[in-house]
Design a protein around this ligand. Structure first.
Ligand code: KG4
Ligand code: ZN
Length: 356
């Protein structure tokens, strides 16, 4: 009996993506259409523009994914779709497409949580991944999870204010590097000295696994423009000074991420660390995680770059596991803007077993 062929659909924010997956890890296609040029002039994602752009390309993206996988609609066994968290207008486009396909093809519809998909995305390249401590660092979320198994994902800590990706994007705006800022800071920081400026590392020595990045962003703003000042030109800084700010900011953001993730693994006696989300593409974070996990004797699986930023392959992969467990959804499935709540089975603290 061949493994099921799953179409994954992801439209939670500003990427329209569709992927075809056979079984747990065989990615036959993963098409991602980014809306970055549409939002760049506004310095961030505009929800109405995002939803319209998803409508315009969702059908073509799905057909490109099928064609790249040499698959026809009739070959599919299930449709996995992101139902949240995300922008409701954007989520609705993917959900409507997924429901239409599931209904017309007579195959199951499988809801997938976007953050849980980031937390488990490293499993696309490794068998036997669980238990693991998962660091999820994206534009909207920064969290540490204990992934006990596919259906038991326990939130250990999260940011109390800005997400790591949000901090990257805002500091990039301060440094006039454009949107999205993460890749631009990643590149610029390679020419800078991470020890040039000692930016604050909030909550670093607290035993809980939470993060805080909003003070770091303000510290960068005041360093560049003076205390109490607002955004402005950075023409007064030399290229070397700009690179030093980028590298020092990045180092101050990375240290708590790595330190808390390793502390969680050690406290829970879990020997495997996995990392996902857009910021997991950051080269300095990846290098520091490699160094720290090796020193601590921990196994580390870094999600490959294309599966770090938003993509439908990770949705199809978690969808495959949900399908196997019979966790399918009905046509009344709704878009969800926020995280699964702790009270919901499958959501946050001490959530064993989950419904997802
Ligand atoms: O996971 P993702 O694609 O979307 C969300 O679910 O939020 O993450 C997007 C975030 C953006 O803030 C972007 O600046 C950041 O990931 N990002 C990076 C890098 N590539 C993307 N941050 C740091 N370094 C990178 N190389
Ligand atoms: Zn994401």
């Amino acid at each position: 009996m061949p493994e099921p062929l799953i179409l994954g659909i992801e439209t939670s924010c500003d990427e329209t993506s569709a992927a075809v997956l056979r079984g747990p890890r065989d990615v036959r296609s993963n098409i991602v259409s980014s809306q970055v040029p549409l939002h760049a002039r506004y310095g961030g994602v505009v929800p109405e523009i995002a939803a319209r752009a998803h409508i315009e390309c969702i059908r073509s993206i799905i057909e490109q994914a099928l064609s790249a996988a040499e698959t026809r609609y009739g070959d599919l066994d299930a449709i996995a779709v992101t139902d949240g968290p995300g922008l409701v207008g954007s989520l609705l486009i993917g959900l409507s497409a997924a429901k239409t396909l599931a209904l017309s093809l007579g195959i199951p519809l499988v809801p997938v949580d976007h953050i849980q998909a980031h937390a488990t995305s490293a499993a696309l390249i490794c068998a036997d991944p669980w238990p693991a401590v998962a660091l999820v660092v994206s534009g909207g979320h920064s969290s540490v999870y204990a992934v006990h198994d596919w259906h038991s994902i326990e939130l250990l800590g999260q940011t109390v204010d800005d997400a790591a990706g949000e901090a990257f994007d805002k500091v990039a705006a301060i440094l006039e590097l454009g949107f999205p800022g993460g890749p631009a800071i990643d590149r610029l920081a390679r020419d800078g000295d991470p020890r040039a400026i000692r930016f604050p590392r909030a909550l670093l020595n607290e035993p809980r696994f939470d993060f805080s990045f909003s003070g770091l962003k303000t510290a960068v703003l005041y360093h560049v423009h003076g205390a109490g000042r607002k955004y402005g030109s950075v023409a007064h800084l030399s290229p070397k000074q700009l690179a030093d700010v980028a590298a020092s900011f990045q180092a101050a953001l990375i240290e708590p991420l790595v330190s808390k993730t390793l502390a969680a693994a050690q406290r829970l006696r879990i020997g495997h660390v996995v990392v996902g989300g857009g910021v997991a593409a950051n080269s300095a974070l990846r290098a520091e995680l490699c160094r720290a996990c090796e020193a601590a004797g921990l196994r580390l699986t870094l999600t490959p770059g294309p599966y770090c930023t938003d993509n439908a392959a990770m949705i199809a992969a978690l969808g495959y596991q949900r399908l196997r467990a019979g966790r399918t959804g009905g046509l009344d499935l709704e878009a969800r803007s926020g995280l699964l709540r702790p009270a919901e089975p499958g959501a946050a603290r001490k959530l064993r077993p989950t419904s997802r």
